[in-house]
Design a protein around this ligand. Structure first.
Ligand SMILES: *Cc1c(COP(=O)(O)O)cnc(C)c1O
Length: 392
């Protein structure tokens, strides 16, 4: 009999680390040892030093590799540590093409750090595949995309980008933080490296900072393993355990939050004080069909724009349920203001160019009852209307 293949929800719970073979424990043991005794001087065991490899971290690395459909996974101290380490695949003189509305930290690292090491970059609107093709240079080695993007939820065609990249001998990196492998699996669409801020949906409880990388083939696996060990930005074992625990409920959290996000997006779209709603789950969204051709659902993050900063101030001061903070992908709803939070490191002109205006808000929908969230939005938005009227 062949090995059973389980669907995603089952794989979250039933994997090779479900039971500790030594004790039968149904939770992965936290192994804090920094070093491992070698019983044979000529043949070292699987582990020697915990920067290079640790069984608790390995359980998480195996889990994410399996869930993303890759050959090897890596756990890092943060999403930025994972992303930065992956960029170390590049060398002086190389060039990288990136989605223009990448995560603010990725923008900062690319524009302010990589340049000092002689690595060039260009930001392009990767939703326009012709534009991507036009900006590939002879030294382009990586095309880096985020889809859905942050914070405008723009959709890039993963298959088209990976085909283009392959025909030019480039790698494709995908930041899959917004979708998670429960919703979208870029390696199956041709990508080479998938990156995550596991701080967000994967861990899901706003209580740990972590990053993950998964690669498509063993050659890349060997290279990233070397870089992970060389740079040493590894995830600690306590944090690896927290991510493993959060991961078990990824699918049910995504299902519930996505259903609420759809209802809330539809509500906002009808509201007179809301100018625009950005969410691939809306029938009116220009990226919807493309997104659903490469993902199985539309996720739990949406953005919407109000008239101006004063309206944003009104709303945020009156919302009761969501926390007002950076981050996303948690059990509690998180409302954030990209212009002053996630994209504060982007100059104002660059932000405006990308549509990240002073009226834009991002809502990561949590697990609260959606009627309560809508009621909360209704009362807070009524304050926005009042403010607009009193100005006239
Ligand atoms: C948060 C985030 C990151 C950075 O991850 P950290 O864990 O905060 O270092 C990268 N990409 C996206 C899309 C994010 O939302």
């Amino acid at each position: 009999m062949g090995e059973a293949t389980y669907c995603f929800q089952t794989k979250l719970l039933h994997n090779q680390h479900k039971v500790d073979p030594n004790t039968g424990a149904v939770s992965v043991p936290i192994q804090p040892a920094s070093t491992f005794h070698q019983f044979d001087m000529d043949h070292f065991g699987q582990y020697d030093y915990s920067r290079s490899g640790n069984p608790t971290r390995a359980a998480l690395e195996d889990a994410i590799a399996d869930l993303e459909g890759g050959v090897q996974g890596f756990a890092f101290a943060s999403g930025m540590a994972a992303i930065s380490t992956a960029f170390m695949l590049l060398s002086q003189g190389d060039h990288v093409l990136l989605s223009e509305d990448v995560y603010g930290g990725t923008y900062r690292m690319t524009s302010e750090v990589l340049g000092r090491f002689g690595i060039e970059h260009t930001f392009v609107d990767t939703t326009d595949i012709e534009m991507v093709a036009r900006h590939i240079q002879s030294n382009t080695k990586v095309i880096y995309i985020e889809t859905p993007s942050n914070p405008l939820l723009k959709i890039t065609d993963i298959r088209a980008v990976t085909e283009l990249a392959q025909s030019h001998g480039c790698l494709t990196f995908v930041d899959n933080t917004f979708a998670t492998p429960a919703v979208q699996r870029p390696l199956e669409l041709g990508a080479d490296v998938v990156l995550h801020s596991a701080t967000k949906f994967i861990a899901g409880h706003s209580d740990v900072v972590a990053g993950l990388a998964v690669v498509k083939d063993q050659h890349l696996g060997d290279q990233i393993a070397f870089l992970q060990n060389s740079f040493g930005a590894i995830l600690g074992v306590q944090d690896a355990w927290l991510v493993l625990r959060g991961l078990k409920t990824l699918q049910v959290r995504m299902n519930q939050s996505t259903a609420s996000a759809k209802t809330i997006a539809a509500f906002l779209e009808e509201h007179p004080s809301v100018d625009n709603v950005y969410y691939p789950g809306l029938a009116s969204d220009p990226g919807r069909d493309l997104h659903l051709s490469q993902a199985n659902d539309t996720g739990a993050v949406l953005s919407f724009s109000l008239h101006d900063e004063a309206a944003v101030r009104q709303l945020t001061e009156h919302m009761q349920i969501p926390v007002f903070s950076v981050s996303l992908g948690a059990v509690e709803s998180i409302l954030s203001y990209p212009a002053k939070m996630s994209h504060a490191s982007m100059p104002a002109v660059e932000r405006e160019k990308r549509g990240i205006t002073d009226g834009l808000l991002r809502l990561s929908v949590g697990l609260e009852d959606h009627d309560d969230l809508i009621q909360d939005l209704t009362q807070a938005l009524s304050g926005v209307e009042a403010a607009a009227v009193s100005k006239q």
